[in-house]
Design a protein around this ligand. Structure first.
Ligand code: NAI
Ligand code: MG
Length: 363
């Protein structure tokens, strides 16, 4: 019996996005069938280089209307530098979703799995298991500022950062809530208040103020430089890490890099209030260097799908059970194979996707 049907916009995009997406859908279908969740997939053929070549834009003018009413966007990867400059493909699609749908949380779990070779020496599964929460809509990434005396010896450039109380408080609150929902009740706040003397002490103050409502959470503020070093040297210290846009961008690539292949790392771009659809995507890009060989690792896409179900079901009920079953199936597959070449195996994208889907169905 299906209780509720969710409408999912499916956008495969470019390169291996088109190869891993079918495996993500295969596993989602298996989980939906098993746990009685209704998923209505609506496919869109824009936000890719082929569309750009035909139309001179990454997306149709009315893209927002076309996506109105979907519950989530399941996104592969965008980018085909041979025909579309990367800033065009990214600003023309993914960044539009993040900004116009106010997806102010970028969430990236970082986890070392059994069966995956860790690039850090001496780390075992369980040593690395944390989540990076990145502010996704303001901060250091703005187009405010400009150049004067361009091209002369006096050339000056100014690039402003923008932090709002509204923007900081909502991401901090999300991070505290997430810490509370996890076992260790520990939050690390990335800062640089020793060097960036105006905005970062203010950010620390906001963390303290918002934290007043969370006396049960242990808070640890760390400067971004030593924080990066500790991701590598002592990853077991971390549970939830919250950061502004720039620092979060760096941490959320560094974290997954510490756990092996980029082919495993999932992410969610969330509008937690659900006023707009949230977007779920692998961290990796379109990987033109391996596209067409059928060897891309589908796990990041599949795990992103599990995160989507968890978000849609508010972390409870059938959706939560489906999320857990998918993650468990990933764990088992990584332990016993088949594995794609980035994991040291020789399996294809489809073989690994099928193995995970079968485990979910068998449960
Ligand atoms: P990339 O993530 O596409 O590839 C980096 C390296 O990791 C490549 O050697 C690739 O073969 C490997 N790799 C990536 N995903 C893999 C997987 N699932 N299984 C096995 N190996 C995998 O990053 P790159 O090369 O810098 O960018 C390629 C294109 O993707 C560019 O156009 C870029 O703008 C775009 N891109 C898009 C992103 C997105 O859609 N969110 C994120 C990052 C890049
Ligand atoms: Mg990045």
């Amino acid at each position: 019996p299906v209780n509720k049907t969710y409408r999912i916009a499916v956008i495969a995009g470019d390169g291996i996005g088109k190869e891993v997406m079918p495996e993500g859908l295969r596993v989602l279908r298996a989980a939906a069938g098993k746990f009685g969740i209704g998923l209505d997939f609506q496919h869109y053929d824009w936000a890719c280089a082929e569309y750009y070549e035909r139309h001179g834009a990454m997306m149709p003018e009315d893209w927002k209307a076309q996506l109105a009413g979907v519950d989530a966007i399941y996104f592969g990867a965008v980018g085909w530098p041979r025909t579309v400059p990367d800033h065009v493909s990214l600003w023309g699609s993914l960044l539009q979703f993040r900004r116009q749908f106010d997806q102010y949380i970028n969430l990236r779990p970082v986890r070392l799995f059994e069966g995956v070779r860790c690039p850090l020496a001496g780390k075992a599964p369980g040593d690395i298991d944390f989540v990076v929460v990145r502010e996704n809509t303001e901060g250091e990434y703005t187009n405010l500022g400009g150049r004067i005396y361009a091209g002369t010896e006096r050339e000056i450039v100014i690039q402003e950062s923008v932090f709002s109380r509204f923007g900081a408080d909502r991401v901090l609150k999300f991070a505290y809530e997430l810490s509370r929902a996890r076992a260790r009740k520990q939050l690390t706040v990335a800062t640089k208040s020793n060097g960036i003397a105006l905005s970062m002490p203010w950010w620390d103050e906001r963390a303290d103020e918002v934290g007043q409502s969370y006396p049960d959470i242990r808070v640890d503020k760390q400067h971004i430089d030593i924080l990066c070093a500790r991701f590598v040297l002592q990853p077991e210290r971390f549970d939830v890490v919250v950061a502004t846009n720039l620092f979060g961008d760096i941490l959320s690539d560094l974290g997954p890099a510490c756990t092996g292949t980029i082919g495993l790392a999932p992410s969610a771009n969330l509008n937690p209030e659900k006023r707009f659809p949230s977007l779920f995507e692998p961290v990796h890009g379109s990987a033109p260097d391996i596209y067409g060989k059928g060897i891309a690792n589908p796990v990041a896409m599949i795990w992103s799908g599990a995160m989507m179900l968890d978000f849609l079901g508010d972390g409870a009920g059938a959706c939560r059970a489906a999320h857990d079953a998918i993650v468990q199936a990933i764990e088992e597959a990584l332990r016993s194979g088949p594995l794609t070449p980035d994991l040291g195996g020789s399996a294809t994208t489809v073989e690994l996707g099928q193995a995970i889907a079968e485990r979910v169905a068998a449960g």
